[in-house]
Design a binder for this molecule. Structure first.
Ligand code: ES4
Ligand code: ZN
Length: 323
């Protein structure tokens, strides 16, 4: 098999990674204390690992962590530190989702300023390229989403390349966000949405038909509907899968059967870490597991390492420069 050394050094790109899931436990505890936020002890007192029992509990922990990020400087620090960790595992390009609605203490431009400062510092030191995809928290509904997109459009930046839709799939169907997505599309932003991780295939169809996404996050339940699966294969729409990531951690090999089936069907997959600090595996760990369980050849490894870039919302020139 492929060595861990080779897979760690392999230049990698990822497009599905939430900034709020990139806060090391010690930093989360420090930020929470400094801003007087109660963070569940059970979340951060396990040898530098978060601990939670299931996906819903993970989202509660994530909310406590994001509410602890209250200054521009906090955003800068989380971005810089998590990028440097990623770089040490071979990441050359990362797209960050972040949920502006989960940080009520700061304005959108204040958060953006922090992320940009951290990203630019890391880029200067290591060459790692970052792009930013503000995500709608679907639990807060369609009207708040429109307001968020308006705010994003009022503050354009070349590093802000698209919008996403995340948080609890059970709490908001894609159809609620048609207006927000139309607004973003008209402003030239690329579109992605989480669908089909916990929800059924109809949510994926809504993301395709109603939101007209350029990329799908997760999308696993397409396996339950052969016509939808073949639609993904024919269109080659990028699907940003999070390989062995599941709640509770570490359930390796987790979703191996889903991913094997999706890869075998010919879906245009990329491999991503989702929430590396929150869940555990960094991107290179996801690659180790993939190589092992999918019996990768060198060609497979190279194909996946570039798939992240081809799925990215960066412009062609940036992609070519990194290839
Ligand atoms: C998230 Cl649905 C989901 N999964 C993982 N991380 C997240 N952060 C915000 N929403
Ligand atoms: Zn995600």
């Amino acid at each position: 098999g492929l060595s861990e050394e080779y897979l760690r050094a392999l230049p990698k790109a990822e497009v599905h990674c939430h900034l709020g899931g990139c806060v090391p436990t010690e930093m989360a505890a420090r930020l929470a204390a400094s801003h007087g936020v109660a963070i569940p002890e059970s979340a951060v007192r396990h040898g530098g690992r978060y601990r939670f029992a299931n996906f819903d509990e993970g989202l509660i922990v994530l909310n406590a962590v994001t509410s602890s990020m209250q200054t521009t400087r906090d955003f800068e620090e989380v971005t810089y530190v998590s990028l440097m960790t990623a770089v040490s595992g071979g990441v050359r390009y990362r797209e960050y989702y972040f949920d502006p609605q989960n940080h009520p203490a700061l304005s959108y431009p204040e958060m953006l300023e922090g992320i940009l400062a951290g990203a630019q510092a890391a880029e200067k030191e290591t060459g790692v390229v970052t792009r930013i995809v503000p995500a709608i928290n679907r639990e807060l509904g369609g009207e708040a989403a429109v307001e968020l997109v308006q705010e994003i459009i009022r503050h354009p930046h070349e590093y802000v390349v698209g919008i996403g839709l995340d948080s609890d799939e059970k709490a908001g169907r894609p159809s609620e966000f048609i207006a927000a997505y139309a607004l973003a599309r008209d402003a030239g932003l690329k579109l992605s949405a989480h669908a089909g991780e916990h929800g059924d295939p109809s949510e994926i169809r809504e993301a395709l038909d109603l939101l007209k996404v350029d990329r799908l996050d997760h999308g696993y339940s397409a396996l339950d509907e052969p016509e939808l699966l073949s639609r993904l294969v024919v269109s080659q729409l990028p699907v940003a899968a999070c390989w062995f990531v599941d709640y509770p951690p570490p359930e390796v090999p987790g979703r191996i059967r889903d991913h094997r089936a999706m890869a075998a069907a010919g879906v245009n997959l990329s491999i991503n870490s989702d929430d590396p600090a929150l869940i555990g595996p960094e991107l290179h760990d996801c690659y180790f597991d993939s190589a092992l369980h999918m019996e990768w050849t060198v060609e497979d490894a190279e194909k996946y390492s570039l798939a992240g870039l081809e799925a990215s919302f960066a412009d062609r020139e940036t992609i070519d420069r990194l290839t």
